[in-house]
Design a protein around this ligand. Structure first.
Ligand code: SF4
Ligand code: SF4
Length: 267
């Protein structure tokens, strides 16, 4: 046997972790030998129906691993991940032990000291304006290029006895805001065009119910997902698309930071 053949690497076969498989079926479509198929059994831990892999048919081509969108759904069987569920520590520990009693977080206004003109990014201007206006509740889901504003709120709100919650999605975000605004608390989010699109149904509900909330849309360029360059692609959507009531759309960064303390939550 030649040395070239002797040194040939054995390719690993796929290893399926059912608890990380959401049953999307991409691996089934990718497999050229039909070694993966759907099952009919719901995983009680996830509520999804994972696939099953017939390793006898598998030729270890690796196509399914490439196709799987889940980081740990399918991986080569020579890679071993070891996880152990651990008791949560830190701020989430008390939630695991039982839901904590709600704490009243009063909305405090901070007077704006006289300062020299400040050169500041729009994301920071929005966050500072909201904090000065008494906003102590933030809900959001990170999306470029709006994330810096959320980052600033995440850093500052704990020092002001406020609440910062990174929701599981934009849809969850807007519904957290609906609840918070409905409870009479000023709240806000940062998002970018596709994220804003995902929030539209909830925003319509909020507008229809006249529940206040501030949505800072750091717009992307182009329709749909677009690119991450700045543009004004959602102007029409914000000003004309949400037709269930009034909205306040500042025309500049300066008016944005000013409109938050002076108007929106006093309506
Ligand atoms: S490694 Fe290739 S042959 Fe094996 S299950 Fe995945 S796609 Fe099918
Ligand atoms: S591609 Fe990944 S998540 Fe989708 S069915 Fe296959 S293993 Fe599951």
């Amino acid at each position: 046997m030649s040395s070239a053949v002797q040194s040939k690497k054995v390719r690993p076969k796929p290893y399926l972790q059912p608890e990380y498989c959401k049953g999307c079926g991409r691996c089934i479509a990718a497999c050229p030998v039909h070694a993966i198929e759907k099952t009919a059994e719901v995983n009680p831990d996830t509520g999804y129906i994972p696939v099953s892999v017939n390793l006898d048919l598998c030729t270890a081509c690796g196509m399914c691993i490439e196709a799987c969108p889940e980081p740990y759904g399918l991986h080569p069987d020579d890679v071993h991940y070891h996880w152990e569920l651990q008791e949560p520590e830190g701020p989430t520990a008390s939630q695991a032990a039982g839901r904590p009693a709600p704490v009243d977080v009063p909305a405090k206004r901070i007077p704006l000291p006289s300062t020299e003109p400040l050169m500041i990014k729009g994301t920071y201007a929005s966050a500072i304006g909201a904090l000065l206006a008494g906003c102590r509740h933030f809900f959001g889901y990170p999306i470029t290029p709006s994330t810096e504003g959320a980052e600033l709120m995440a850093k500052v709100l704990p020092h002001l006895d406020g609440a910062f919650l990174q929701a599981v999605s934009e849809v969850a975000t807007v519904n957290h805001m609906y609840g918070c605004g409905g409870a009479g608390k000023p709240c806000m989010t940062f998002t970018s065009s596709p994220g804003f699109s995902l929030m539209l149904e909830g925003i319509s509900y909020m507008i229809g119910a006249e529940v206040p909330g501030v949505f800072v849309n750091i717009m992307r360029g182009g329709p749909g997902l677009g690119n991450i360059a700045p543009e004004q692609s959602d102007i029409k959507l914000a000003c004309r698309g949400l037709g269930h009531g009034p909205s306040n759309s500042p025309s500049s960064i300066a008016s944005r930071s000013w409109s938050l303390p002076t108007g929106i939550w006093d309506r």
